[in-house]
Structures are given as structure tokens and as C-alpha cells.
Write a protein that binds this ligand. Structure first.
Ligand SMILES: [Zn+2]
Length: 349
């Protein structure tokens, strides 16, 4: 049995110990909070690390990619044409800022190409980017050029249009220069070849009805050739003649709006005739005799594609005969004028 004193002492001891234990518990609690904080800090640090790694992984490859793309442009000197209306972009990236809108068939200076499908465009001294798949080597338009007449006319007849009863000579002999004595068929082929060269330089595809004098092609056959080719423009080059040597100037020929063969193309023929004549007269200074409307031309009536006849000037007029046949400078102006008219009609100007 314990002594009463010793029991008291023990109790006292217990009382002494108790605060100590409480203190220990407090310390334990403090320790536990510290651990929690440490744990939280570790978790946060881990999250931060993961986030940093993720951000690094997410950003760095793009930067490297863009960097590689920039490096991957091989320097070139090319002329290309827009296949459709496109935007020039600030960087080689589909999401890049749009800058300048370029219309279909517009000419672009390409100064770099990348293997991953981008082209670098130099425009007004600045660099832009466009996807190579939107570019083409040609401007997307086909022009068929008919050098009027041939070495020998063909007086055999053909209907003036599909199903027509009225007939006309398959192809007339054409006029001759009053002063130069040069036949029309020679001038028309010379000009057709110059126009072919000019149009090709502007990115057009060109098909020639004839490239030599000694052919036998009727006017309807010439139109069928343009139809078959699917020409966007069919231009027939001629020179005029009048009983009066004082008559001068240029004109183009369009079907009338009542032409039963040309219902589908009348509007386009009218527009083409106006554009070509206006630009021809602007470039050459020739007198503008206006668009002539007639439904008697077999080569127009048989045409299913936009067509015009360009009568460049009068071979019966000494001044125009000399200019058209003998002046290389005037021939250049006539060529530019016709090409500008075609550009204007196709809204490429
Ligand atoms: Zn003619």
C-alpha cells in the first residue's frame, strides 16, 4: 500500500509532467504544421517544375519550328500568279496576321521557297508569306489569237453561224497596204506573234490559230479551235480598208445583243470589245472609231467563247499603213494596247 505522502508526491509529479506533455504535444503540433508547410512547399515546387517543363516543351518546339522554317527558305527568283484571291501573311504561319489582299491571277515576285509549302513574297520592298499551293506558274487564263486571213483566201462558202442558211466565203483574201503593198495576212501574223510574246510574259497561256501563212482554215474552223481550247479570250487580229484613203482609226467588232448565235457570250464580247479598243487607242493614240456591232461575222457567230475582232487601223490610209507595217515602236504600242485591254477585261489591270 503506498504511503499517503508518496501518493501525493506522485500526483504532484504527474502535475509537473502534464504541462511538459502538453508542451510536447504543442511541439508535436508545431512540428506537424511545419511538415504540412514543407509538404505544401514541395507540392507547389513540384507543380511549378511540372508547369515549367510543360511550358518549355510547349513553347520551345514552336520557336524552334518557326526558326527552322525561317532558315528553310531557299532563295529563288520566280514570278508566280495567285490562283485565287489570297492574303499575304506576316510570317509563314496560317494563323499569322493578314496584311495585303492579292486578287486572283495577280503577279507576285517570289524570293524564297520552303520545303514545307511556303513561299516568300517580296512586295513593295517588304517580305510576306503565302502558301505555295495558292500560286501558279501561269495566270490561269487562256487567250486564243487568230491572225486574220492566210496566204490564199478560200472563196468556198460556209454557213455564217451554226444552222444558218446564209453563207459566206470560208476566208477572205484580206486587204493590202496602199503604200507598203504588204498584205494584211502578213501584218496580222506579225502582230499575233508579238501579242503572243507579250501575253506569255504576263503569265497567259496562249494558243495560236496559225503560225504560218500557208494554211487553209475557214473562219468557222478558227472559232471552233478557240471553242475547243476553252479560251477565256478569243482575239482576232485584222487591219481595215476603205475606198477613201483619208479614213483612219481603230475599231473592234462585237455581236449585237440580238445575235441568235451569241446569246450566252454577248455581254462578254461587248465588254471585251470595249476594253481592248479603249486600251488600244490609249496606247497608240489612234482615232477611236468605236465598237462596231454586227451579226455577219462567221468567226464571231461560230464562237462560244468571248470574242472580239481588232481592226488595228486602215491599210488604205498611207500614214496608218506605214506605222502599222514599218514602225517597230508603233507595233510595240499596238501590242501593249491589246494586252492591256485583255488584262482590263479580265480585271487584271
Ligand atoms: Zn481582215
Amino acid at each position: 500500500m503506498p504511503l499517503p505522502g508518496s501518493g501525493q508526491a506522485k500526483n504532484q509529479e504527474i502535475f509537473r509532467i502534464l504541462p511538459f506533455q502538453q508542451k510536447n504535444e504543442e511541439e508535436n503540433m508545431n512540428l506537424s504544421n511545419e511538415r504540412k508547410l514543407q509538404f505544401t512547399a514541395i507540392i507547389l515546387a513540384a507543380f511549378a517544375l511540372i508547369a515549367a517543363v510543360a511550358i518549355t516543351l510547349a513553347i520551345q518546339p514552336q520557336e524552334t519550328y518557326a526558326h527552322e522554317k525561317a532558315l528553310a527558305f531557299q532563295s529563288v527568283e520566280q514570278i508566280r500568279y495567285a490562283k485565287k484571291t489570297v492574303w499575304l501573311l506576316k510570317t509563314a504561319d496560317q494563323a499569322a496576321d493578314k496584311t495585303i489582299q492579292v486578287k486572283k491571277s495577280r503577279k507576285l515576285q517570289i524570293t524564297g521557297v520552303s520545303k514545307n509549302g511556303w513561299s516568300q513574297v517580296t512586295h513593295q520592298g517588304k517580305l510576306y508569306y503565302v502558301e505555295t499551293r495558292h500560286l501558279s506558274k501561269d495566270n490561269g487564263y487562256l487567250v486564243v489569237i487568230d491572225a486574220g486571213h492566210q496566204k490564199k483566201g478560200n472563196s468556198k462558202t460556209e454557213p455564217i453561224g451554226p444552222g444558218a442558211k446564209q453563207k459566206k466565203a470560208k476566208v477572205a483574201s484580206g486587204a493590202t497596204g496602199n503604200h507598203t503593198r504588204i498584205p494584211e495576212y502578213k501584218l496580222t501574223l506579225k502582230m499575233a506573234k508579238k501579242l503572243e510574246k507579250e501575253l506569255k510574259a504576263r503569265g497567259y497561256q496562249v494558243k495560236m490559230v496559225r503560225t504560218k501563212h500557208n494554211v487553209n482554215m475557214s473562219n468557222s474552223q478558227r472559232a471552233e479551235l478557240a471553242n475547243h481550247a476553252g479560251a477565256d479570250v478569243f482575239i482576232r487580229i485584222h487591219a481595215n480598208s476603205s475606198a477613201s484613203s483619208s479614213v483612219s482609226g481603230a475599231l473592234t467588232i462585237s455581236p449585237t445583243k440580238n445575235n441568235k448565235y451569241c446569246k450566252k457570250i454577248y455581254k462578254k464580247c461587248n465588254s471585251l470589245s470595249k476594253c481592248v479598243l479603249a486600251e488600244f487607242c490609249k496606247a497608240t493614240g489612234a482615232k477611236n472609231r468605236g465598237v462596231m456591232y454586227t451579226d455577219t461575222m462567221s468567226g464571231i457567230n461560230w464562237s462560244k467563247v468571248p470574242v472580239t475582232i481588232m481592226e488595228m487601223g486602215f491599210l488604205s490610209n498611207k500614214k496608218e499603213d506605214k506605222k502599222m507595217n514599218k514602225s517597230a515602236a508603233y507595233q510595240k504600242r499596238m501590242t501593249k494596247g491589246m494586252a492591256n485591254g485583255i488584262d482590263k477585261y479580265l480585271k487584271r489591270d
